[in-house]
Ligand binder design. Structure first.
Ligand code: SF4
Ligand code: SF4
Length: 286
């Protein structure tokens, strides 16, 4: 099945110097395929505010533009609001990746100017489903993490509910654990990871049948035929883990080789167009 380009326009993606900061390893869930569990072992460790301030100062000196806060579950960090205040004061664009379970402990104002992205594993069920989301008036996007159990109907129904009942504007589709690539450089697949070709088929099927108006963000840019070329071949990503562990490129995560430092827009990357951090953004044509 072909990508439904006749039905969609591809939107340009802004590329910003982005640091993903893993602020805690504490989490209320224990998902199979958890990225953080692999790297941040131990019980309930939170980044301290002093360490966070140091990270932000260095990030800005290096020309950083966007911070993504992850965990563990970042909403369990007791000083999250303080971190958001620091980012706001310094004019840093901020996104939080969350499982959404604790959203009702916060107020809409706590996340003013912050993008919240809730990751879902399924439409209904006991873990990371729409049914599990608390009632909230806080706006959020969703990242649906496809597993080998995901069907196109489930994706379509989830998108419909999110758009009609939660006013979501963005539906991000990704995959539980990263998909394997030809060189097997990334994580091993888990038992629930969807095979790459099936993922491509699922996405194409979804795009052919989808009739809503949300922006659809699709991870794994290189898996699809994008109509846009990325502007340069320099890397703009880095990952910071508590106590100064750095891994610039997710492709290096599998080796758990930590670096002392990171740079933005310096490191040449031949895989830029297939970067694991990259995506395609499309919207249905009117
Ligand atoms: S919710 Fe996120 S951080 Fe928590 S166990 Fe699941 S994947 Fe890991
Ligand atoms: S694949 Fe390239 S652009 Fe993407 S994070 Fe790795 S080094 Fe950076």
């Amino acid at each position: 099945m072909k990508f439904a380009w006749e039905k969609y326009e591809e939107l340009p993606i802004g590329r910003r110097n982005t640091l993903q900061v893993f602020i805690t390893n504490k989490c209320n869930l224990n998902c199979e395929g958890c990225f953080a569990k692999n790297i941040m072992k131990g019980e309930g460790i939170h980044i301290s505010i002093d360490e966070y301030k140091g990270v932000i100062d260095e990030f800005l000196e290096k020309g950083g533009e966007q911070i993504t806060l992850l965990g563990g579950e970042p909403l369990l960090h007791p000083e999250l609001k303080e971190m958001l205040a620091i980012n706001k004061e310094k004019g840093i664009k901020t996104t939080i990746y969350t499982n959404g379970y604790f959203l009702n402990k916060f107020d809409k104002l706590d996340f003013e100017g912050v993008k919240l992205r809730i990751s879902l594993y399924c439409k209904s069920g006991h873990t990371k489903s729409i049914d599990e989301l608390p009632k909230t008036n806080i706006p959020f996007d969703v990242c649906f993490m496809v597993s080998k159990n995901t069907s196109v109907d489930e994706l379509l129904e989830t998108a419909k509910i999110l758009e009609e009942e939660h006013n979501c504007n963005v539906f991000f589709i990704s995959s539980i654990r990263e998909l394997d690539n030809a060189r097997k450089e990334f994580f091993d697949d888990t038992a629930i990871t969807m095979n790459l070709l099936k993922y491509k088929e699922l996405i194409n099927d979804f795009l052919n049948k989808y009739i809503g108006d949300m922006e659809i963000h699709i991870s794994k840019r290189g898996v699809f035929e994008s109509t846009k070329t990325l502007p340069d071949n320099k890397c703009r990503f880095a990952n910071y883990f508590i106590s100064g562990k750095i891994i610039q490129c997710p492709y290096d995560v599998v080796n758990k080789v930590f670096q002392k430092d990171y740079t933005f827009n310096c490191r040449n990357c031949q895989q830029n167009n297939t970067c694991l951090m990259s995506k395609i953004v499309v919207k249905r044509k009117l």
